[in-house]
Design a binder for this molecule. Structure first.
Ligand code: FMN
Length: 185
């Protein structure tokens, strides 16, 4: 069975980003995938210490909850990076985890990841104009390609102060389910 890992950087476990993840998960679940959600806000994840031990030993030496995420990402067929937009960017919770993905890079900048791991960037934002921060998430998608992840897609839902604002947008909900299916194609 294919496994999709969700790394959710929203502090609101019942918020709009979680609602978007739920819809994507339905699409992935309908194709028989197992979806595992990690809410970073309630996890113990330290910022990268720039010790470069990961380059010498092939593994991050910080013994915190990131260790479980490394294993989950390595064994997943797809990864959903989910975040609300905070100050035009991903949340700090997600950025801490993203910096730690540096451990997937070998000293020669090739990757420890098995190729072809699909990525979905699932984003919610208060601003209704969903093109406003698209370039930022394109940048993030390209960085993940460099890290050794596979094809990425971006789904941004706008005007979401609460989950109902998202669930009432039928085109976004439909797209979320389709992209969930794309993750496990
Ligand atoms: C600290 C903070 C910063 C925010 N910055 C932005 C922003 O720069 N642009 C935007 O459109 N929305 C911004 N928002 C709104 C959230 O992105 C939006 O309400 C989001 O859907 C909340 O997701 P959640 O329910 O998962 O927390 C911000 C919200 C907070 C709390």
């Amino acid at each position: 069975m294919q496994k999709i890992v969700v790394i959710n950087g929203s502090p609101r476990e019942q918020g709009s980003t979680a609602a978007l993840v739920d819809e994507i998960s339905k699409g992935a679940g309908n194709r028989g995938a197992q979806v595992k959600v990690y809410n970073l806000n309630s996890m113990n994840i330290k910022g990268c210490q720039s010790c470069y031990a990961c380059k010498a030993q092939g593994r991050c030496v910080l013994q915190d909850d990131m260790q479980e995420l490394y294993d989950e990402i390595a064994s997943a067929s797809g990864v959903i990076f989910a975040t609300p937009v905070y100050m035009w960017q991903m949340t700090a919770q997600l950025k801490l985890a993203v910096d730690r993905l540096y451990a997937f890079l070998k000293p020669d900048y090739s990757s420890y990841l098995t190729p072809g791991k699909k990525v979905l960037l699932a984003v919610t934002q208060g601003r209704p104009d969903t093109s406003a921060f698209h370039h930022y998430f394109e940048h993030m998608g390209k960085m993940l390609l460099f890290l050794g992840f596979g094809d990425y897609k971006i789904l941004i839902a706008g005007g979401t102060r609460k989950p109902e604002d998202l669930l009432s947008q039928t085109t976004v909900v439909e797209e979320a389910r389709q992209l969930g299916g794309w993750l496990v194609e």
